[in-house]
Design a protein around this ligand. Sequence first.
Ligand SMILES: Nc1ncnc2c1ncn2[C@@H]1O[C@H](COP(=O)(O)OP(=O)(O)OP(=O)(O)O)[C@@H](O)[C@H]1O
Length: 272
Amino acid sequence: MNKTNNALTLSNLFAGYGNRIILNNISLNAEKGKIIAIMGRSGSGKTTLLKTITGQLPIKHGSIHIFDKDINNISNKDLKNLRKNLGVLFQHGALFSDLNIFENIALPLTELSVISDRELTTIVLEKLDSVGLKAAAHLPITKISGGMAKRVALARAIILNPKIVLYDEPFSGLDPISSGIIADLIKTLSKKNDCTSLLITHNVRETFKISDIVYIIDNGMIAASGTPLELVNSNNPYVQQFIQGNIDGPVAFHYPETEEYKKWLKEQEQKI
Ligand SMILES: Nc1ncnc2c1ncn2[C@@H]1O[C@H](COP(=O)(O)OP(=O)(O)OP(=O)(O)O)[C@@H](O)[C@H]1O
């Protein structure tokens, strides 16, 4: 395969839980250095997509290429190296409450490389500075706000200078000002560290401000994609319903009836 300018490419991807297919033929591309957003209503398959990219869920069909390498067809050593280039900001931060801010951010560094205490301190304080929390390094995680916790998680996600950062709901639980701060940080850090960002989010306002390309998924499929401007001007009723948050429109209100549900219902009825 010739070298491309792509950081992450999903081709005809199918994945799910047990026999249930959730991701249904997803193809998308994140070019190096760009901010790409995956949006979709609750239950559309965003977290499933993230889990498939991070290797927590196996691929049923199709492929994932990271920097042109097919992650299903490389040695464990190459996969480990590729994963070092992948930073993840987890939805709930996944911070350790018994450690302070500094220790939480230092953790990936101490686990993955041998460096002196002086170097460690310099790197961690520099990352904390980039999220505006240098002077909060000593604070226990239990004493910080939700917005600060997101910034700590952000600093931790970028501590190893990953070339791709995945953000799982970076704006969830934040007020509009804190969301704006996080959006600005994602944009600034992407530029400064020259990394590709993949955002999984519901937040139309912040996402449309900073993203280069937005993919909207529904029912495990790509329903629409384009630049924020293209989507705002789109005639697609699904896109309009999603970005305007309208209750009326083509998006189904009811959770789809699966075979599992029908089987469960039958068993319930037999019990009555
Ligand atoms: N562990 C699991 N086992 C079986 N089905 C699951 C599992 N996790 C999620 N699902 C199903 O997969 C579908 C997609 O869920 P997913 O969590 O990917 O949606 P989402 O877009 O991230 O939703 P939200 O925005 O609410 O977090 C849903 O129908 C859900 O019921």
